[in-house]
Design a protein around this ligand. Structure first.
Ligand code: PAF
Length: 280
């Protein structure tokens, strides 16, 4: 595995690979790799000739009072995980090299970025779409892999690819969960053992909601039940409970067949998101 810090160098390598008709898979990450990321890497390795993983804690997707500075950065461990999982190139850019002094061009989705997580994190998705566009321009991947835990991010990136004519196919990969049901996230490291146990109830609440949806319970009652069930979790504050069309993230109606039920909560100070996709 080759570690590359310079985007121009990586771009040149990728151009040469594409000339040789090699397929490239990209797994964009912010590091602190866990089994969720490993599942994306494995999928990329199985579907492409070459796999590129980026590890970059992207400053422009964090709000001023968010956890940019304390975000976990276990880089030696991440390098080992990438090597062990047959990654070909690990891209480790710096802030200075990705966002030069005069950086002033952003990619922004004008509708999907403002709902759900976008309400409390107003610049978050602009930061994500900007950095992902940069990565796509550097690597020019045939496929890029995103975990469905960040469901809104996945839909926004798919929309961006369609709106801006990127050639990359977006592959959404299933949420990987702890044995307790807690969705894997680099931010789970912030939870104490007790908090993690409390947080694991979120997935059970979502499973119950899915049962209610398939049993044709009205959406308003499902939301009420989720609210009630989440309120029983110790130290849990709800940020949002949303039931939306799975493809478009438009608000679901009673006759919508394919939905995503998404929640954002805080367990004490730790913000967690989770979701479940349901069909009827
Ligand atoms: O999902 C993430 O880890 C990040 O939002 C991403 C896609 C790597 C962009 O920084």
């Amino acid at each position: 595995m080759k570690i590359i810090k310079n985007p121009n160098q990586l771009q040149k390598i990728c151009i040469d690979l594409l000339k040789k008709k090699k397929t490239i898979g990209l797994v964009p990450t912010m590091g602190a790799l866990h089994n969720g990321h490993i599942s994306l890497i494995k999928k990329s390795v199985s579907q492409n000739d070459i796999t590129v993983v980026s590890v970059y804690v992207n400053p422009i997707q964090f709000g001023p009072n968010e956890d940019y500075n304390k975000y976990p950065r276990p880089i030696e461990q991440d390098i080992k995980i990438c090597k062990d999982n047959k990654v070909d190139f690990l891209f480790l850019p710096t802030n200075e090299i990705l966002y030069g002094k005069n950086f002033s061009t952003y990619v922004f989705n004008d509708s999907l970025s403002k709902i759900m997580c976008g309400v409390t994190r107003p610049n978050h998705f602009q930061g994500v779409t900007t950095v992902v566009s940069k990565l796509f321009n550097i690597v020019m991947p045939d496929r890029a892999y995103f975990g469905l835990k960040d469901y809104q991010q996945y839909v926004i990136i798919k929309q961006m690819v369609s709106d801006l004519n990127f050639k990359t196919k977006i592959i959404g990969c299933p949420i990987v969960r702890e044995k307790t049901g807690l969705a894997m996230s680099s931010r789970n490291k912030y939870l104490s053992t007790n908090e993690a146990l409390n947080a694991s109830i979120i997935s059970k609440v979502l499973i119950q909601a899915k049962k209610e949806f398939t049993a044709h319970k009205p959406i308003i009652s499902i939301i009420k039940d989720i609210k009630n069930n989440l309120s029983k979790i110790t130290d849990c504050t709800v940020e949002y409970i949303e039931i939306r069309e799975a493809e478009t993230l438009k608000e679901a109606k009673e006759n919508t067949k394919n939905i995503v039920i998404a929640v954002a909560v805080r367990i004490n100070k730790v913000r967690l998101i989770d979701n479940i996709v349901c069909k009827k």
